[in-house]
Design a protein around this ligand. Structure first.
Ligand code: FE
Ligand code: FE
Ligand code: ZN
Length: 277
């Protein structure tokens, strides 16, 4: 069995998200730690965080997957953008995620904006080395990207470069996104298992901690990153059935980031569960 859920908004607090997830038939979820397009964050209510932790335990949830802000570009060509990003990451990991001990935090590695992959990767490593700390209970997940623009993390080799460069890398894992894989040129339709094989040989499957499950509005290798509802895009239902039942990804949290309202998510969660039986 996989854990399945979707992105929720945290405006009503932590426990409210847990209850909302249950309402949608989910047993995991994702949420933004701060305004995804700005970066501002509201004060954490420790009581509410504790109530969510108890709720997750009681309702047998899988790991929940917090998501860093989209504006967080650790490898920008502008120093102030990198500093802004590093401060957000630091605040997320040191002051916010620790209220939800033992969960996942995923973020987009960033865009190098013309400086080249090596330079970009070294900025990301530098930032992670600086803000991760011993005793940190969060596992930080690098998200695999579609390769739009100058995005870093479009292939397993680039993710591996980051992991290898970070000193305390046992806190690091990977979150794959089916739309990003597909748009990035990994043919998960003809062979999800082969893609996992490749991942295993380059990074090691034990680093794979979560999957974003999205169909794609575009064909293989398009580097576009436009998510579609499950079964309505170029990846298609049949491929998703093979993905969610693949024995090597069982027990991972699967997060829907499809263009849906609550009712749409409830139906997608139900559909995916029906494929597992
Ligand atoms: Fe993402
Ligand atoms: Fe994603
Ligand atoms: Zn995406």
């Amino acid at each position: 069995m996989i854990y399945i859920g979707n992105h929720l908004t945290s405006s009503k607090g932590f426990l409210a998200m847990g209850k909302m997830a249950t309402k949608l038939g989910a047993d995991t979820f994702a949420f933004f730690t701060r305004n995804p397009r700005g970066g501002s964050a509201k004060e954490i209510n420790p009581e509410d965080a504790k109530a969510l932790m108890e709720y997750l335990e009681e309702h047998k949830f899988g790991k929940i997957v917090a998501h860093g802000s989209y504006t967080m570009n650790l490898c920008s060509n502008k120093e102030e953008v990198r500093t802004f990003a590093k401060n957000m990451l630091k605040d997320d990991l040191q002051n916010r995620m620790e209220f939800l001990p033992g969960q996942y935090y995923n973020f987009h590695p960033g865009s190098h904006v013309g400086q080249g992959i090596e330079q970009g990767v070294s900025y990301i490593i530098e930032a992670l080395d600086e803000v991760m700390f011993s005793g940190m209970r969060t596992t930080v997940l690098l998200e695999g990207m579609s390769g739009k623009g100058s995005e870093i993390g479009k292939c397993f080799e680039e993710l591996k470069m980051i992991i290898d460069g970070v000193k305390d890398n046992h806190h690091l894992g990977v979150c794959l996104d089916t739309c990003h894989l597909w748009d990035g040129g990994y043919d998960i339709v003809s062979g999800f298992d082969q893609v996992l094989e490749t991942f295993d040989s380059i990074i090691g499957l034990e680093r794979l901690k979560a999957i974003h499950i999205n169909d794609s509005k575009n064909p293989l290798g398009s580097h576009k990153d436009r998510h579609e509802k499950i079964g309505e895009g170029f990846i298609g239902s049949e491929a998703f059935q093979a993905i969610v039942t693949n024995p090597r990804v069982q027990n991972l949290p699967f997060i829907l980031e499809t263009p849906n309202d609550d009712e749409g998510y409830r139906r997608e969660i139900e559909l995916i569960r029906s494929w597992q039986k």
